[in-house]
Design a protein around this ligand. Structure first.
Ligand code: LLP
Length: 415
């Protein structure tokens, strides 16, 4: 599929990564337009005869060139900040296909979004609703509103990425949602357009998706009885990918099943996929800078990427496959693959069977989603470059940072 050994050398979307090592400095992220297209097209094909909108969740990977691919395919965008809105504008996204999610939108962000005529705000609280109403009134515009309901469903994923439980900060509870909708229907500056929910991320089973869909359908029916009509239901994102040996429900089966639940409601269906579109379309390429072992028999491969470049393993104990670019026929030892950052949490994988020598290239797989976007300058390390394989060519889509990017304007404040 994406990664394949050809004559013992690892290729990514037909690109020889060893060869690339002669021209590109590690570490770097590499994405594949082919894989992105394949993933998006599965959603598009499944939904082609259905009143629907796919709003790519920008937070998963917000590189402008990636966003521009989605804009050209006619996708909408799920944003969570003014910064993400600015990115979508720069990438040529269609403002009438933008949904604005998130529990803490500032007044400035709300005003900026209203002035840009985004499609809809996914509202998470009464307070937020009041602020949107005030700002819309002052601008003399009507704001399209969807209310995010918390369906109280256990998505059975990592606790840090579950969002639909009663203890989570997200959404409005089912007991309050009807009254909140009723209040909007009396507003001159707010226009009810939908209901939304999102139960979590990296969900591999179908059941939490269909269970939550059924709960939301019953709320839609209740609203109907109260003569509150909606134009859409927004299901959020959350579909998982296979990082190790998980067998996630297939994109097509997932889409078909939830569409089926909402059929009787006769509403436009919005999806907000992130990881299931971009996750397996990216890798992080890094180089072995040192090897060591300690007296307890632990072996370490130290690479030039660190937890500041990919934080998923320490943050969520997330598993990513790790492969050496030159195939090891029979790796004999197990290694912890770690970075140079001064933290014990700076690891990519533990006890991995691998053989790689100093100077060898190593690939950390399935890092297209929540990889670069979560990177930082911790330890004063420049954020890495990003490249895209497009039509058998490798193009830079973001250069590696230099020291002046790291210090910003700090020098101006030196006494
Ligand atoms: N919509 C909403 C409202 C969301 O909060 C999210 C993700 C998505 C859509 C997209 O979800 P996806 O299809 O990508 O699962 N950093 C974590 C994941 C955090 C997800 C946050 N919300 C990770 O690396 O696993």
């Amino acid at each position: 599929m994406t990664l394949k050994y050809v004559n013992e050398i690892l290729t990514f979307d037909n690109i020889d990564i060893q060869e690339l090592g002669h021209t590109i400095e590690t570490p770097y992220y590499l994405y594949s337009e082919n894989i992105i297209n394949r993933n998006v097209d599965e959603y598009i094909n499944e939904l082609k005869n259905i009143d629907s909108l796919i709003c790519y969740s920008v937070k998963a990977n917000s590189n402008l060139s990636i966003l521009s691919l989605f804009a050209k395919k006619g996708l909408g965008f799920d944003i969570v900040s003014g910064g993400e809105l600015q990115r979508v504008i720069k990438a040529g996204g269609d403002m009438s296909k933008i949904v604005f999610s998130g529990v803490g939108k500032t007044d400035e962000e709300i005003e900026f979004a209203l002035k840009n005529n985004i499609y809809c705000f996914n509202v998470e609280s009464q307070g937020e609703l009041d602020r949107i109403e005030t700002i819309a009134t002052s601008l003399n515009v009507k704001a399209n509103i969807s209310l995010r309901v918390n369906p109280e469903i256990d998505a059975k994923t990592h606790p840090y990425i579950t969002t639909g439980l009663s203890e989570n900060k997200f959404g409005i509870s089912q007991t309050d949602i009807l009254n909140t909708f009723k209040m909007i229907s009396n507003s001159k500056s707010l226009n009810i357009c939908g209901i939304d929910y999102h139960i979590g991320s990296q969900i591999v089973d179908l059941e939490p998706f269909t269970d939550s869909a059924k709960r939301v359908l019953s709320i839609i029916n209740e609203l109907k009885r109260e003569h509150i009509s909606l134009s859409h239901v927004d299901l959020g994102g959350g579909l998982g990918i296979s990082y190790n040996d998980e067998l996630p429900v297939k994109r097509g089966d997932y889409v078909r099943s939830v569409v089926e639940v909402f059929k009787e409601a006769n509403l436009k269906i919005i999806f907000e996929p992130g990881r299931s579109i971009i996750g397996d379309a990216g890798i992080l390429v890094t180089k072995v800078i040192e090897k060591k072992n300690n007296k307890y028999g632990k072996n370490f491969i130290i690479v030039d990427a660190g937890m500041n470049d990919l934080i998923r393993p320490p943050l969520y104990n997330a598993f990513h496959k790790i492969s050496s670019v030159v195939k090891n026929i029979a790796p004999t030892d197990s290694f912890d693959v770690v970075g140079p950052v001064c933290e014990t949490a700076d690891f990519f994988g533990k006890d991995r069977r691998l053989s790689a020598n100093i100077g060898d290239l190593i690939v950390i797989e399935d890092t297209g989603a929540y990889g670069f976007v979560l990177s930082s300058n911790y330890n004063s390390r420049p954020r890495v470059a990003e490249y895209l394989v497009s039509k058998n060519n490798v193009a830079c889509i973001r250069g590696r940072e230099i020291f002046s990017d790291i210090i910003g304007d700090e020098e101006d404040y030196l006494e």
